[in-house]
Design a protein around this ligand. Structure first.
Ligand code: ZN
Ligand code: ZN
Length: 351
């Protein structure tokens, strides 16, 4: 298979900084779209994967799965896109296309799904490389249309942070009058607030510090509850239909479960690993409450979200950086010092 040399930014080891490197992309095959990358959002997963925090990174790693760009070339079998179209690619670039999950637009739960980086590229028999690069080649099924009215840099985080919170909002049928709470006000949390608000829900942010109140209200929250304040927590027992917990590390979810109404669900979207402290079943049994998990969203659902964002003029709150600033950006993310997502202007890679 013919390959093409492309500039990228990545790392060759868990303890090394990211720096410029060359990678191979395949030449477009019949169903492929070649995309010149304009912007790429910076997700917490990028950082975890670059540093091998989950133990399954394969090097070199080129992160990035919040990609917005312009189509420069299409294969002869491509029907959805043409050169010049503004498109996006999220966390998935392939799947088996034949299992029940794939048939039901749930590619993210396909046992053979291929991540945009760190997955296995069946064409080249190499790891997949993400969006911290000049260009990417993706099967048209995994390419999304970007609404024309939205800021191209600020829409990038919708591809991961946005869809990760949208999918549970849709699955648990949040709509007008639903009572939704969000735990954690970062990349995911701020999108959860905006999207739940636009769906007509009454939105509450759980926060440990009162200084986040104004920010949350500006994003569309109707209330902020200080989770360390016993009185405030007591006042909202049996209240929420859905809680979206975006916190990316082990934390005590037990106090939140009791704030769910009967049949309510707390869905974890930010943390992979054992709960600590362990989950207490009493509040679950006494109220048929659920604790669940959810992973990004399928391709059709991601397109639905992009269209919804276009209609409601929703984008992420971002800080645009140059690719050369990525190591510093990671250091700031580890201190939660970002409002609310870094997005790389990929023009900087060309310089
Ligand atoms: Zn992500
Ligand atoms: Zn499948």
């Amino acid at each position: 298979m013919k390959v093409k040399n492309v500039k990228a930014y990545g790392t060759k080891a868990a303890d090394a900084s990211l720096k410029a490197m060359d990678i191979n992309r395949r030449e477009v095959t019949a169903k492929d779209v070649e995309i010149d990358i304009l912007y790429c959002g910076v997700c917490h997963s990028d950082l975890h994967f670059a540093r091998n925090d989950w133990g399954f990174s394969v090097y070199p790693v080129v992160p990035g799965h919040e990609i917005v760009g312009k189509v420069v070339k299409v294969g002869e079998g491509v029907t959805k896109y043409k050169a010049g179209d503004v498109v996006a690619v999220g966390c998935l670039v392939d799947s088996c296309r034949s299992c029940n999950n794939c048939k039901n637009d749930l590619e993210q739960y396909c046992p053979e799904w291929v991540g945009t980086y760190g997955g296995h590229d069946k064409h080249l028999n190499l790891p997949t490389f993400g969006g911290y690069s000049e260009s990417i080649v993706v099967d048209e099924h995994f390419v999304l249309k970007v609404p024309k009215n939205l800021d191209l840099a600020a829409i990038a985080p919708v591809l991961c942070a946005g869809i990760t919170t949208w999918s549970p909002l849709r699955h648990w049928k949040v709509g007008k009058g639903s009572k939704v709470a969000v735990v954690g006000l970062g990349g995911l949390g701020h999108m959860a607030i905006k999207l739940a608000d636009a769906l007509g829900a009454h939105v509450t942010l759980f926060s440990r510090s009162p200084d986040k109140k104004q920010d949350a209200m500006d994003l569309g929250a109707d209330a902020v509850v200080i989770s360390t304040d016993e009185e405030q927590m007591k006042s909202i027992q049996n209240h929420f239909d859905l809680i979206i917990d975006t916190v990316p590390y082990a934390h005590d979810i037990n106090p939140y479960v009791g704030t769910l109404n009967t049949n309510g669900t707390l869905v974890l979207v930010g943390y992979l690993g054992p709960l600590d402290p362990i989950l207490h079943t009493v509040p679950m049994i006494m109220g048929r409450r659920s604790v669940a998990g959810s992973l990004i969203g399928g391709i059709a659902e991601t397109q639905e979200l992009l269209d919804f964002c276009g209609k409601h003029n929703i984008v992420s709150e971002i800080e645009v950086i140059k690719i050369q600033d990525i190591n510093e950006a990671y250091a700031r993310m580890l201190k939660s010092d970002v409002h609310y997502r870094f997005v790389i202007d990929m023009k900087s890679l060309k310089n």
